[in-house]
Ligand binder design. Structure first.
Ligand code: F6R
Ligand code: ZN
Length: 189
């Protein structure tokens, strides 16, 4: 049996950098279809294409038994009154759980059952360790004025199903109203 060697990565709690790691970037154009206000999205994209979030992965084989881990950095911003968020997904292996440990910033974690009948929204804040049980889709939202940075641990063979969320979105949306963070039903659900 070939042994996989133990290794460290170093996480910078201030910037979310994870070294050594592999970074992916998501711009507004990548997630534009999820936002409620299509006109506002168009207006923003006519001027610029802001970076919404980055994910930096430790390099771990995508095999059963391994634990994948990464940091996510969601930059502060809104389209209209809707805060920046991640695409969101289900795990292809539905029965796999995940933990999000928040290092910096303020957020909300929207979770839904596969049929969307159940939906829960947890607060994310420095020190919160949010448990995403098996079968819940998940999307995180930056509701603050600084980057929201969190560290995720999940089964390396979980796989990511983005197609389902692409079709449906999430049952709830997180908006700013009169300077307050509010969670409302998604009118397009
Ligand atoms: C992995 C996981 C997180 C997200 C990351 C970006 O299972 O839940 O690492 O992948 O926060 O969000 P998505 O993948 O929805 O673009
Ligand atoms: Zn996940």
């Amino acid at each position: 049996m070939k042994l996989f060697r133990p290794f460290n990565v170093v996480v910078d709690f201030e910037t979310g950098d994870l070294t050594p790691g592999k970074k992916i970037t998501r711009y507004l154009s990548d997630i534009q279809h999820f936002f409620l206000d299509k006109e506002k999205v168009k207006a923003v994209l006519a001027k610029e294409n802001p970076l919404v979030y980055e994910v930096i992965y430790a390099e771990v084989p995508e095999e059963a038994g391994h634990l994948a881990h990464c940091t996510t950095i969601i930059y502060p911003g809104k389209v209209g009154n809707e805060f920046f968020f991640t695409k969101g997904h289900l795990h292809e292996k539905l029965e796999t759980a995940e933990i999000y440990f928040t290092l910096k910033g303020q957020g909300r974690l929207i979770m839904a059952s596969p049929d969307g009948e159940e939906c829960e929204v947890l607060e994310m804040f420095p020190g919160s360790a949010s448990y995403i049980p098996p079968c819940w889709s998940h999307r995180s939202v930056n509701v603050g004025g600084e980057p929201l940075i969190f560290y995720c641990i999940f089964f390396a063979d979980a796989g990511h199903d983005y197609a389902t969320i692409d079709k449906t979105g999430f049952p709830k949306v997180v908006l700013e109203r009169n300077g307050e963070v509010v969670v409302e039903n998604n009118p397009n659900w």
